[in-house]
Design a protein around this ligand. Sequence first.
Ligand code: CAO
Length: 568
Amino acid sequence: MADVKEARVPDIGGSAVPVIEIMVKVGDRVEKDQSLVTLESDKATMEVPAPFAGVIKELKVKVGDEVDEGHVIALVEADSDAPAAAAPKAEAPKAEAAKADAPKAAAPAPAPAPAAAKARSASKSSGPVNVTVPDIGGKPVPIIELMVKVGDTVTKDQSLMTLESDKATMDIPAPSAGVIKELKVKVGDEVNDGDLIAVLEGEGGDAAAEAPPAPAAEKASAAAPAAEAPRSEAATTPAADVPVGGAPRTPPVSFDASVVMPGSVPYASPTVRAYARELGVDVAQVKGSGRGGRIQREDISGYVKQVMTAGVPTSAGGAVAGGSGLTLLPWPKIDFSKFGEVEEKPLGRIPKISAANLARNWAMIPHVTQFEDADITELEAFRKKLGEENKDLKVSPLVFQIKAVVAALKKFPQFNASLDASGETLTLKKYFNVGIAVDTPDGLVVPVIRDADKKGLLELAAELSEISKKARDKKLTAADMQGGCFSISSLGGIGGTAFTPIVNAPEVAILGVSKAAMKPVWNGKEFAPRLILPLSLSYDHRVIDGALAARFAVFLANQLGDIRRLLL
Ligand code: CAO
């Protein structure tokens, strides 16, 4: 018999935080560990997972509600085989471990006092300081951004890098002021508890005194005034040679986040900065409307809107509109209900992000689309044969297109490049990561197949199935969608004869693939039936000339037309 149970907020470190997103609705079927809602403090975002599989019967929270540990989020009619406990089990051990060391006092930031003490003494010393990953729960997570480079001078608590799991984002702050001597990691690397990520040359002297905000842990242990509470939530003042933040400490749902944005570094939560990154917005250009100038999500959206309508220079250094003195008309505001029945539906998270990216790319990149046909008659026969020999795999036409694209990128390196923000320097890439546009019920996502040049057809087929499934199951992480060199958007499974895909900046070209069809082709003596695949290559005309694009497209078609070439 199905049983209605409560899904509750797990231990999130003692203070109430707002719900910023609800990812399910009444009637939805959820799997165990599927995210139900997102909570966000100043320092971290965390998704609360379903403790068991079932159907959402009632939602007990709405966006904006503040919740803390034990708050009921939803009533879920659990599958009959679901475990009895209603608390999210996966996270329970971490929460329990944390409780032992960080008693939840009335103060919102339960900082372990020894960590604070260590931090102070460490900050007085000079010499190399190892920066290591704090306790993040024992699961490797990717680095999605490095905010510093070797030689940079950093202040204590300045964010060095951002980690992102599929449930949370977290910044790693500098344990003391100093100069970055070594970076042991790069974007995309996966790190875990205790990993050495950087070496700092401490400045010596009382570095703590230089850190603009008072050490978080120090504040936390005092009776912090209410207005300061969210800042001290980080509850971590890292010590040299101990994991940043000192472990163990109170992790929220997935892992604790410790961010204190000092001095001139814009003050924004990791999610807001991740959002800004996704839209290509430099947070330093955005004015925060939150408490103490904190940058909110709406500030980023407002900034993008302003750029798109008023021609304000963007972080990419260009003016989007109005450069010639023209001003775009405001968006038409119409009461459609005057004309008939209507229904309003807010855009989901993915369509909103896509919309902003597509609008920027369309407005800023001078697009041209080159069309070409590939004769894939032989290729298709080979693909079918390969499929029959490997029945456990779906050998999609796309895997051959990936191979052909890699060969074309090798021959025409200008296509495997990115233009910098000033529009003056091209970065040529020596790796071959291919993004694949995947249509999901929640919107368009572009996971990346890394090092496609090093993978065989069957390996690519397996990986393509895996990432498409991951995309549709909402399991893609930010890292899965980064590092692309060139994208393929295939509508071949649906139909159409051609289309003009939008370049996925900062890439410089994208291949659109339409549905192959049998066509009569003149072979010099007669019209013969051939299977013709339409290709649409859109490119950034600032980087690629029309002649080069035509050569690239012809080369691609030749690759697909003669499968022996794909083996070269
Ligand atoms: N011509 C003819 N048939 C094609 C084809 C083509 N170019 N490409 C694929 N097909 C066939 C496949 O072989 C498959 O046939 P079977 O069912 O007989 O095996 C069928 O069409 C369905 O293919 P698919 O779309 O499910 O699988 P895929 O591997 O070709 O593509 C993926 C995978 C993830 C790219 C695709 O599912 C998808 O999401 N496409 C949409 C991408 C998109 O939205 N782009 C627009 C971006 S801009 O808004």
